[in-house]
Design a protein around this ligand. Structure first.
Ligand SMILES: Nc1nc2c([nH]c(=O)n2[C@@H]2O[C@H](COP(=O)(O)OP(=O)(O)OP(=O)(O)O)[C@@H](O)[C@H]2O)c(=O)[nH]1
Length: 328
């Protein structure tokens, strides 16, 4: 997963690696993000399943150029390369074929989509895409598309007014209300005041602590479990209508979070941090080794910047989380 978006992988001679570029062509309808999806013809590889438009990258061609060409040929959309934002790169082995898939989000396009190869097309809400309807390689892509690229963790002494100020310009992110200094009653009061603040800013608000905290403020969007809470649980403590996160520091805790049915995990520290000088940083390679083969989106935390989203995704993560890059 540390491959660049336009560098094909090479594998054993016997199994062909196909380099494919695909696009989540994105639009907003009624405040919800939708993406364009096509149904593969029955006779094709992974026939009958849904797919993102795109196709094979020709020799000497960049992934972006291939996508501009394929989107025109397949669905009649004109997309400049500047309208494509890199999301992630992954490889998947189907047994009969290995694919390297580079996913881009296409936001700037013109034209009305039409199935030029007679394939049925539809716009589907990102939040409700069902990975079971797509080829197996798309599972990670769907997870990444559905989650915000950045989780903003609040700093010490946060108030609802301060949060309103600081969330300006961060629409589309999720905000983790972390206040270790507050008891449950004080946290509940603050969280209730922060729910409308986050909603007005276009951010999801995730509470921090034990499951009772979400039960007390059910208008929040999710719950993030510190490891000391998560380790004692045997099953997912909240309904799937909410987002569940878990703080992890090693492979065993990530696997536990996955067993709990978490929607995402934090893994830290990726780089040295002032707040935890005693913990040795994983580095991006260490991060990648721990998240490899997991079926759980993982945010890189600890010394990372808001601009490290692409770095995280090149190393198998879903984005970045932190206090420093937005609070100070
Ligand atoms: N376009 C597209 N291909 C995908 C997706 N997910 C995924 O695993 N693939 C795989 O990536 C490859 C895309 O190749 P393609 O669409 O250009 O070629 P094809 O299989 O239709 O035809 P072929 O007979 O020429 O190989 C296929 O093996 C397909 O199963 C996706 O979301 N979109």
């Amino acid at each position: 997963m540390s491959t660049s978006p336009s560098t094909p992988n090479t594998g054993p001679e016997s199994v062909k690696t196909v380099h494919v570029a695909v696009a989540a062509v994105s639009r907003h309808e009624g405040g919800r993000e939708q993406v364009l999806v096509a149904q593969r013809h029955a006779h094709q590889h992974q026939g009958g399943l849904l797919e993102f438009p795109g196709g094979k990258v020709e020799p000497g061609e960049s992934a972006e150029a291939a996508l501009v060409r394929e989107l025109d040929e397949e669905v009649g959309l004109r997309v400049p390369e500047s309208g494509l934002g890199f999301e992630l790169s992954l490889t998947h082995d189907y047994g009969d074929r290995r694919v390297q898939l580079d996913l881009y989000r296409a936001t700037g396009f013109s034209g009305e989509p039409q199935g030029r190869e007679d394939q049925p097309l539809m716009w589907l809400d990102v939040a409700t895409l069902d990975p079971g309807d797509f080829p197996a390689a798309n599972r990670r892509m769907i997870q990444v598309l559905a989650l915000p690229a950045r989780t903003l963790v609040t700093g010490a002494g946060v108030t609802a007014d301060e949060l309103a100020d600081r969330l300006r310009g961060w629409a589309g992110s999720q905000c983790l209300l972390r206040c270790p200094e507050l008891d449950d009653a004080a946290y509940q009061g603050l969280a209730s005041a922060c729910v409308p603040v986050a909603r007005n800013a276009g951010c999801a608000l995730v509470l921090h602590g034990a499951p009772e905290r979400l039960a007390a403020v059910p208008d929040a969007n999710g719950l993030h479990l510190p490891w000391r809470e998560a380790r004692a649980l045997m099953e997912r403590p909240i309904s799937s209508a909410y987002r569940l996160g878990v703080s992890c520091h090693d492979r065993a805790s990530l696997e536990h979070a996955q067993r709990l049915g978490a929607d995402y995990a934090f893994l830290s520290p990726v780089r040295p941090t002032a707040s935890h000088p005693e913990r040795s940083p994983l580095g991006w390679d260490g991060f990648e080794a721990l998240v490899a083969e997991l079926d759980l989106p993982v945010y890189a935390l600890g010394g990372v910047g808001g601009d490290d989203v692409v770095e995280s995704r090149r190393h198998g993560g879903c984005g970045v989380a932190g206090i420093g890059f937005w609070w100070h």
